[in-house]
Design a protein around this ligand. Structure first.
Ligand code: SF4
Length: 328
């Protein structure tokens, strides 16, 4: 079996957040001890509510900021320091796609110029080869070379996200971090862009970290799914198995709110309590104020992420192994 492309070992990132001009700074544990492995050619879906630390995890994995603790290895090598020549070479193999395609593009430049930009920055090919590559990329994302002459404002939301995708693919990366890449698009356009991403992944053997709060989309594209809550992974496992049989009470609530196509949403678990606030993480299991199954121990003791059978890991005091799974 080949080695994983991305190995994330216990990364953490804390920010100081001040409330008001004279308020005391509070530590926000945006990411706390997250470990992930992404096999080559696979998609790991990272899900959770807003404030769960998904996007910060994506930025740490991509090396856009360093973790306070822990390490990221890409293709067997540690991430190099930001801004160095070695980092730029590594970075050409790793790209990011953001939620807002209009914000990611320069409205003053034709989109062909923007697709070509990474080739110019990394000095890849002659000018004529770069122009050829731009036409090839436009076709790859199912647009025509004529679209290249347009400005972002003259394209639809779906076309703009295709341009962002074409630009991300310009340097022939191995790894894409997609941060809510379709959540700003209409539902019908979302499906087209996700299908295109799936096709390109298969054609180009891409490895993806796909960040989304939308389980419907994550279910469609992911091989493995990790669920985050207030900076920690609370459950991880094969996508089909996890969606068919979620173990963690938080995952169960998320899955119940996003039924599979053709399945009715009866039995939806509605969570009570406040949505997660990263600046005020509860002690013990951070989910305990909202958890319908919480016991006394949950308020004081952080549950470790532990193997519970198969490739599943769960962080819950009540889910402790194969016996628990079989009894459920
Ligand atoms: Fe709920 Fe306790 Fe499990 Fe946390 S550890 S998910 S509070 S039962």
């Amino acid at each position: 079996m080949s080695s994983p492309l991305v190995e994330v070992s216990a990364i953490s990132r804390t920010y100081a957040m001040r409330s008001g001009m004279f308020g005391r700074a509070a530590a926000v544990h945006a990411v706390d001890g997250v470990s992930l492995t992404i096999a080559r050619g696979q998609t790991l879906g990272l899900v959770g509510e807003s404030g769960s630390g998904k996007s910060t995890t994506g930025r740490l994995v991509l090396g856009l900021e360093p973790p306070d603790r822990g390490a990221v290895r890409f293709d067997g090598k540690p991430m190099t320091a930001l801004g160095t020549t070695a980092w730029r070479a590594q970075r050409a193999r790793m790209q990011m796609i953001f939620q807002d395609p209009l914000g990611a593009l320069d409205r003053r430049l034709p989109v062909a110029t923007q697709i070509r930009e990474p080739l110019d920055i990394h000095g890849i090919g002659t000018p004529a080869m770069r122009d050829d590559r731009v036409r090839e990329l436009l076709r790859a994302v199912e647009l025509t070379p004529a679209h290249g002459a347009r400005y972002p404002g003259a394209l639809s939301g779906g076309q703009r996200q295709r341009i962002v995708l074409a630009r991300a693919l310009a340097t022939k990366p191995d790894f894409l971090v997609c941060d809510e890449p379709v959540s700003a698009l209409d539902v019908s356009i979302q499906a087209q862009v996700v299908n295109l991403l799936c096709d390109l992944q298969a054609q180009l053997s891409l490895t993806l970290l796909f960040i989304s709060h939308d389980l419907r989309v994550v279910r469609q594209i992911s091989n493995v799914v990790a669920v985050m809550y207030l900076g920690r992974i609370v459950e991880i496992g094969s996508a089909d198995d996890l969606f068919a049989r979620p173990e963690h009470p938080y995952t169960q609530a998320l899955v119940s709110a996003s039924p599979a196509p053709g399945r009715r949403s009866a039995g939806r678990i509605v969570l009570s309590g406040d949505p997660p606030n990263p600046a005020a993480r509860p002690a013990g299991c951070a989910f305990h104020p909202r958890c319908p199954r919480a016991i006394a121990r949950c308020a004081s003791e952080v549950p470790a992420l532990s193997a519970v059978g198969g490739d599943r890991q769960v962080a819950c005091h009540l889910v402790t192994g194969a016996a628990t799974r079989d009894a459920a």
